[in-house]
Write a protein that binds this ligand. Structure first.
Ligand SMILES: CSCC[C@@H](NC(=O)CCC(=O)O)C(=O)O
Ligand SMILES: [Mg+2]
Length: 368
């Protein structure tokens, strides 16, 4: 399969409501899409980098430049743009996992469409639908939070994740527990907002029987997470710290991760994401699929990944309307709290031409 060209397409996707985390508030997504044109088929990849480098060091303009100057020429230089062959070539370019993941996914989508193989079939999916959790941002008030959670539970979401930060943690969790009871699957995500000195405070979450606390400490403080795990009862889950399968193995060996949030963009692609899944499985550590407010293209790939055997916790694989009034693919919908795994070749979804046209802000053809 020879790569003949790559299109970089930027789309503007307003969010149905602001989404506030400990590192800022998102009002819209400025998404970089990669379309790989090969002599066999075309494929799409979504870059999950945000507009600013606040979740991690990548940001969308930088990712576009890395694809333009380094990744696309590297892929085009190969005799065959096989996503597996592209990995070692991309390894020679340091960092930029989200940019790499977008290109690799576009090549994988093209290869699988040409072969008539679904993304889930290729990755090793064992389920036809996956349980959907939902991520709930930091709100202006407890009543507003309770209204939001009530709405999501009413839609059928099977797990609630609350964003937390110092000053918005114990009380919102207590309020959700008191209002919705002990049966609701509940977890929190701090996006690195605390330090080990907050251990005693974070232990105040223990009575609320949370599934996990996600990335309480900075992404490079793996030892700190291990120390924290010995001081709190809530299981520690890592997100930002897990940049590769090796990082997952190290974190598990250090006792820093009882659970892992798998995000293909954070680790350089779906092939490495599967390796993270496999390493965690080998250590008896459950995983779930994280989210980066993906459009239906990235969402399709995540839902397929979430159907692998060791994805035993509901992921942030929400319906499209959690974030977007109009998706660029047919919307993913919640069915009894689950999202269906696409079965068609490749990602199994196509961009809707009209929706894509209406939200495109830039299109650039990279002649290779
Ligand atoms: C803008 S926040 C993106 C990163 C965040 N993602 C979510 O909270 C889930 C977002 C989603 O539902 O896609 C995380 O740290 O897990
Ligand atoms: Mg997270």
């Amino acid at each position: 399969m020879k790569l003949t060209g790559i299109e970089l397409r930027r789309v503007a996707m307003p969010l149905v409501a602001p989404f506030r985390t400990s590192f800022g508030t998102e009002f819209a997504r400025d998404v970089l899409l990669v379309r790989a044109v090969t002599d066999a088929a075309e494929g799409w990849g979504e870059c999950v980098a945000m507009s600013e480098p606040r979740y991690s060091s990548e940001f969308v303009d930088g990712a576009a430049e890395v694809v333009r100057r380094f990744l696309a020429p590297a892929a085009a230089g190969l005799p065959s743009a096989d996503p597996v062959a592209v990995e070692p070539v991309f390894a020679g370019i340091k960092g930029h996992p989200m940019a790499k993941a977008a290109v690799q996914t576009a090549l994988l989508d093209a290869q699988l469409r040409a072969a008539g193989i679904s993304f889930g079939g290729y990755l090793g999916a064992v389920r036809e639908r996956v349980p959907a959790g939902v991520s709930v941002g930091i709100m202006d008030s407890i009543p507003a939070l309770l209204d939001a959670v009530d709405g999501y539970l009413g839609q059928g979401y099977l797990r609630i994740k609350l964003k937390i930060e110092p000053g918005w943690d114990v009380e919102p969790v207590r309020a959700v527990r008191e209002r919705f009871g002990d049966e609701v699957l509940l977890q929190v995500d701090a996006n690195t907002a605390y330090t080990l000195a907050d251990a005693r405070h974070l232990a105040r979450l223990d009575p609320f029987d949370l599934l996990l606390i996600e990335q309480p400490l900075p992404e490079d403080d793996v030892r700190g997470h291990a120390a924290l795990a010995r001081q709190i009862g809530t299981p520690v889950c890592l997100d930002e710290s897990i940049t590769s399968a090796r990082a997952a193995a190290d974190a598990i060996a250090l006792g820093a991760a009882a659970i892992v949030n798998v995000k293909p963009g954070r680790v350089g692609g779906y092939l490495e994401a599967r390796r993270v899944h496999d390493v965690c499985d080998a250590h008896g550590v459950p995983v779930w699929c994280g989210g980066m407010l993906e459009t239906g293209l990235g969402r399709a790939a995540n839902v397929a990944l979430a159907a692998l055997p060791n994805f035993t916790l509901p992921g942030d694989t929400s319906a499209s309307d959690r974030y977007f009034a109009r998706d660029i693919t047919a919307p993913f919908v919640l069915e009894e709290g689950h999202v269906r795994v696409p079965t068609g070749p490749g990602l199994g979804v196509e961009p809707d031409e009209d929706a894509l046209r209406d939200c495109t802000t830039a299109a650039e053809w990279l002649k290779l």
